[in-house]
Design a protein. Structure first.
Length: 102
């Protein structure tokens, strides 16, 4: 079963930063881009399991802090030449509050 879960206010996620949600499905990282787009991914790099939430957001991807893999925020896929992917979750903002479909 999946439900929209209220996480926080949009302002609680820094631009070019992240926030971590502990869920029954594991750690989920919520990312906010410079243009206020929001994305949610499993907080695990497909390479060696590094916490993507500790990475650097640049444009539409996040760079894993362990080995520099770049992961596309929209698809959860590693950018070439790397290969792999992490789970993604739907996100929405309603009246300034962030919800994730878990």
């Amino acid at each position: 079963m999946t439900d929209w879960t209220k996480i926080c206010a949009l302002e609680e996620i820094p631009r070019l930063g992240s926030r971590v949600l502990e869920s029954a499905k594991g750690r989920i990282a919520l990312f906010r881009t410079e243009t206020d787009e929001l994305f949610a991914l499993q907080d695990r790099c497909p390479h060696k399991g590094g916490h993507l939430s500790q990475g650097i957001v640049c444009g539409s991807h996040v760079t894993c802090p362990m080995h520099g893999w770049n992961i596309a925020l929209q698809e959860g896929r590693a950018l070439a030449p790397d290969v792999g992917e992490t789970a993604i979750y739907q996100v929405r903002v309603e009246n300034g509050a962030v919800f994730v479909l878990i």
